[in-house]
Design a protein around this ligand. Structure first.
Ligand code: SAM
Length: 293
């Protein structure tokens, strides 16, 4: 017998009531109750039976059920022990779905990939993320260089806009650069807060990150590149050179000015106007100069 889909307000409320489940705000528990949005998320992930999906925070399994229909294998990581029996019930007939109880930030994801996705060359992360840990989760996925095809996630609208922002605007910052270094970005759709139980205070967006074969720019020292980017945005009102002086020490202002002029970046610009290419050029030149210690 096919399981009944859980993504309607009535079914969600019924399951929650039957299990006596109470939402924990501290775990970012806002369950999606709109099947159109679920479809938009799943369609964007371009799944097929020869691909696998990792879901973070399955809740009561509404998205998990849809992923199970499309992908050859689904692994869902849920931190809240109280949801595990509910997920076992909802997903009882889905043999290619595993639920792992744990905190995704603490898990050894490389090992999880080996254990759960052996034989699948294409794995995507698809999730309605808990908003209180969106950025740490995404940075963990990217920095661990997992063999991912796409990351399609529902996140807070403002965070999605910052991830997809281009140089020159107020949304562009170190998060835009970190994400765009590893991925191309596409905002799939905006999502009003009314499609969740309980409703969050903020609006959301679905963003699709497609992992690049190679990072967007070539740098010799990735950690140093990100240090340069962080310091360029340390205080948004300050000029690039004034922010970079924290890396070199104030006494190196003349040498830093000369270096920026040599690579044709005006020291009076602000961090938010530099492209990824310019940050790569800057980090390479700073590293080679030895000015940043
Ligand atoms: N996927 C469900 C949906 O769309 O209705 C629930 C999404 S809800 C926004 C976020 C889910 O992530 C919750 O089930 C919550 O318990 C879980 N969660 C929160 N922090 C987590 C963590 N660190 N690791 C794994 N799951 C987490």
């Amino acid at each position: 017998m096919k399981q009944i889909e859980v993504s309607t307000p009535k079914r969600t409320k019924e399951i929650i009531a039957r299990h006596g489940f109470s939402f924990k705000k501290s775990l970012g528990q806002n369950f999606l109750i709109d099947s159109n949005i679920l479809n938009r998320i799943v369609d964007a992930a371009e799944l097929s039976k020869d691909k696998a999906a990792l879901e973070i925070g399955p809740g009561i399994g509404a998205l998990t059920q849809r992923l199970a229909q499309e992908a050859g294998k689904v692994t869902a990581v849920e931190i809240d022990q109280r949801l595990i029996p509910i997920l076992s019930e909802i997903l009882a007939e889905e043999e290619h779905v595993d639920v792992v109880h744990g905190d995704v930030l603490q898990l050894d994801l490389a090992k999880l990939f080996q254990d759960k996705f052996a034989g699948f060359s294409k794995v995507s992360v698809v999730a309605n993320l808990p908003y209180y840990v969106t950025t740490p989760i995404l940075m963990k996925l990217l920095e661990e260089k997992l063999p991912l095809e796409h990351i399609v996630v529902m996140i807070q609208k403002e965070v999605a806009q910052r991830m997809a922002a281009k140089p020159g605007g107020k949304d562009y910052g170190s998060l835009s650069i970190a994400v765009q270094y590893y991925c191309t970005t596409e905002i799939v759709c905006m999502v009003p807060h009314t499609v969740f139980i309980p409703q969050p205070n903020v609006d959301s967006a679905v963003i699709k990150l497609s992992l690049r074969q190679q990072p967007a720019v070539a740098v010799d020292d990735e950690a140093f590149f990100f240090r340069v980017v962080q310091s360029a945005f340390a205080q948004r009102r300050k000029t690039l050179i004034n922010n970079l002086l924290q890396l070199t020490g104030k006494e190196k202002r003349p040498q830093l000015t000369e270096l920026l002029e040599q690579i044709e970046i005006d020291p009076g610009r602000r961090g938010e106007t530099l492209s990824l290419d310019e940050y790569a050029k800057l980090s390479q030149a700073l590293k080679a100069s030895g000015l940043a210690g």
